[in-house]
Design a binder for this molecule. Structure first.
Ligand code: IPE
Ligand code: MG
Length: 163
């Protein structure tokens, strides 16, 4: 997707981790684990090639319906990723922007995510967007909640975009 003449934005939907693992007679979480390593390589390649925006859809609102085991595995991978790679993203001057309903994460996870975003927010290199607990309908709901809170009384397409 092209933002304008100079700024390219690449968006990736992470998918197929479970099927990839199943084919190899391995548990789904193994697929997520290898998928997270692929994610690291993709981020590095995009950053080194000078891309300005990379956004990945990592977890949708629907994905919360996965088994407790699978969600637990995903959270473990996420925490390991934060501990190991957020300092590296910082060294590489990568900015982090989180999208999605973070209120659905447990307190510690949400804290770590927001802390990471804060640490990287003033970086000036590639912007890495990560959609977590993301859903289009939820995004619209949040925009309307913000409009209500701000006392908006007239809604236009532009108002919705602004919120
Ligand atoms: C994508 O892989 C990663 C997440 C949604 C967390 P899937 O988990 O959707 O894998 P498949 O599509 O079932 O193979
Ligand atoms: Mg899938």
């Amino acid at each position: 997707m092209q933002k304008d003449n100079n700024n390219l934005h690449v968006a990736i939907i992470m998918d197929g981790n479970g099927r990839w693992a199943k084919k190899r007679l391995m548990p789904r979480t193994f697929g997520h684990s290898v998928g997270s390593e692929t994610f690291v390589k993709v981020v590095d390649t995009c950053n080194e090639s000078g891309l300005e925006y990379l956004t990945v859809y990592a977890l949708s609102t629907e994905n919360w319906n996965r088994s407790g085991d699978e969600i637990g595995g995903l959270m473990k991978i996420m925490h390991a990723y934060i501990a190991k790679y957020v300092p590296e993203l910082n060294k590489k001057n990568i900015r982090l922007k989180l999208y999605g309903d973070l209120s659905r994460f447990d307190d510690k996870s949400r804290e770590k995510l927001l802390e990471s975003q804060k640490l990287l927010e003033n970086n000036t290199g590639m912007t890495l967007g990560i959609c977590l607990s993301y859903g289009g309908r939820n995004e619209i709901k949040q925009a309307f909640e913000a409009m209500l809170a701000a006392g908006v009384t007239e809604v236009s397409v532009e108002t919705i975009s602004n919120y």
